[in-house]
Ligand binder design. Structure first.
Ligand code: GDG
Length: 475
């Protein structure tokens, strides 16, 4: 029997809240900053929505609760499930496999079993709380089995899925021992969204080859008469929100203070990333180090600030990376620093949003060089904060954002010499040239924000099951 209360349900690995210690020593929830929650909050409020996700602590069962008007439904994970479903299958199997195998994926059957078990738990929870004919939106690679598990329990629901990371070509996906189960898991959705058209094509091709369903362009025809649409919805940011923050007197003052404390260099370069091996930190720092050591840049003129936000710290590959980057920064600074002048300022920490905006405001050149990235929101956030059209963006061709931000200084992060000359080009370009590029990128980012992204996806999701409706294109 269906006893649900929600007309709109979001399912994600994490709830959009973090537990923080309040001044009186107790704990309370704080909405975690992020575009997804900003975009979905209004939709959830309008539709009596609920968000299902893990609350971030192992071995703790919590009842559903309301925070800031959002209905949150915590899903319990045991310590072993965090290790096997989250750190294991999600982050040591799928994450490297989907990012072009830039680190070797590990395949373990017990991790897979935990992934199946946890996906079922999420699906069962959603089946209980969704009203008849509700819309359910499943997020990301941790939950690829949920669409089909949920459809089996609740065929009345309209189910959407969005993958935030790349979907690999068949040649790589093929390695996965459970490739067919993952494809079939996703096919429970009415609409499967990807960041890039190429990813949607990879998925459709794999479904044709591996599952044997008929396909035509972006449509998959299942034997039971149902259809599944696979399309690209490039995600974005709360662009106006970032610009507004960047224009506040506090952020402007803080940006000046940051430059001052770096010795007011002629050029400040900036990188901000989760400390992840997909982000190309090694390559970027090596390129900058060589520019200093070969005399193309002078240590008095240029500084590189690299923020690396701690991430997945219990996973082996991330521990190795952390040590590598520490060593590399130490070597660059040891080789070329002068007393009082360090070429690289390395910050292994996370910061409030206002500090991020101040860093974006302070930087002359933003350097975003992932080896592979679904989209990369940092690149878009930098652009949103540059309301005076100053500054330059060096951007990897292998970030999804590259197909929208065509006026960035685009680089192949594997090509250190190419990256060095692009960084120099960005540093030495005339203000007029950089303004021309920034204007074009700002038009793209400001006009295509996260709200439009969510609206486009949800509009398509409400239309896909009505074959007679005309699908309007995004305006
Ligand atoms: C995945 C995909 C896709 C970072 N450090 C701090 C902080 N951040 C914020 C940034 C940005 C976000 O985290 C990072 O987003 P990215 O897109 O750059 O990368 P992933 O975390 O890998 O995200 C990616 C994304 O999902 C969305 O679909 O674009 O391709 O890999 O918003 O600002 N925020 C704060 N303090 C920090 O220290 N407050």
């Amino acid at each position: 029997m269906v006893t649900g209360t929600a007309d709109f349900v979001v399912i994600a690995n994490r709830l959009p809240v973090d537990r923080v210690t309040s001044p009186d020593g107790g704990t309370m929830w704080r909405t975690s900053p992020g575009g997804l929650v900003t975009a979905l909050e209004p939709v959830m409020r309008r539709n009596g929505g609920a968000w299902i996700g893990w609350h971030g602590a192992a071995d703790e069962k919590l009842k559903p609760f309301v925070h800031n008007g959002l209905h949150l439904v915590p899903v319990h994970l045991s310590e072993d499930e965090v290790a096997e479903y989250y750190e294991g299958f999600s982050n040591s199997t799928l994450w490297p496999l989907y990012h072009d195998v830039v680190a070797p994926p590990e395949f373990h059957r017990e991790w897979w079993d935990a992934y199946v078990r946890v996906n079922r738990r999420f699906a069962e929870r959603a089946a209980k709380i969704a009203k008849p004919d509700a819309v359910v939106w499943v997020q990301d690679y941790q939950l690829q089995l949920v669409p089909t598990m949920l459809r089996e329990l609740r065929p009345d629901l309209r189910i959407g899925f969005f993958l935030h990371i790349p979907f690999p070509p068949a040649e790589l996906f093929q390695q996965l021992p459970w490739r067919r189960q993952i494809l079939e898991g996703l096919l429970g959705a009415d609409l499967v969204g990807f960041q890039m058209p190429g990813a949607a094509q990879n998925f459709v091709r794999l479904v044709r080859q591996r599952v044997g369903h008929k396909t035509h362009r972006d449509m998959i025809y299942l034997p039971d008469g149902r259809t599944v649409l696979a399309q690209a919805y490039p995600i974005s940011i709360d662009a106006a929100g970032f610009e507004e923050l960047a224009r506040t007197p506090e952020v402007i003052a803080r940006a000046a203070e940051i430059r001052e404390s770096l010795g007011n260099p002629r050029t400040m370069l900036l990188g901000i990333d989760r400390l992840d091996y997909t982000k190309g930190l090694r390559q970027r720092l090596r390129a900058f180090g060589e520019l200093i050591s070969d005399g193309s840049l002078h240590v008095d003129d240029a500084v590189f600030v690299q923020v690396a936000t701690p991430s997945r710290e219990r996973v082996d590959q991330y521990k190795i990376l952390r040590d590598d980057i520490n060593r590399l920064v130490g070597r660059i600074n040891g080789d070329v620093a002068r007393i009082g002048q360090q070429p690289v300022t390395y910050l292994h920490a996370s910061y409030p949003r206002a500090e991020m905006a101040a860093l974006y405001r302070a930087a002359d050149v933003m350097v975003v060089t992932p080896l592979r990235d679904g989209m990369n929101l940092v690149a878009k956030e930098y652009v949103a904060c540059r309301y005076d059209d100053r500054g330059a963006l060096v951007l990897s061709e292998f970030a999804g954002a590259a197909s929208e931000l065509k006026s960035a200084y685009q680089v192949n992060p594997h090509d250190i010499n190419g990256m060095k000359s692009m960084m120099l080009a960005a540093i030495n370009a005339s203000p007029r040239e950089n303004a021309r590029r920034m204007k074009a990128m700002r038009k793209q980012v400001m006009e295509n924000d996260i709200e439009l992204w969510a609206a486009n996806f949800l509009r398509e999701l409400t239309l896909v099951r009505n074959p007679h409706a005309k699908n309007p294109r995004p305006v």
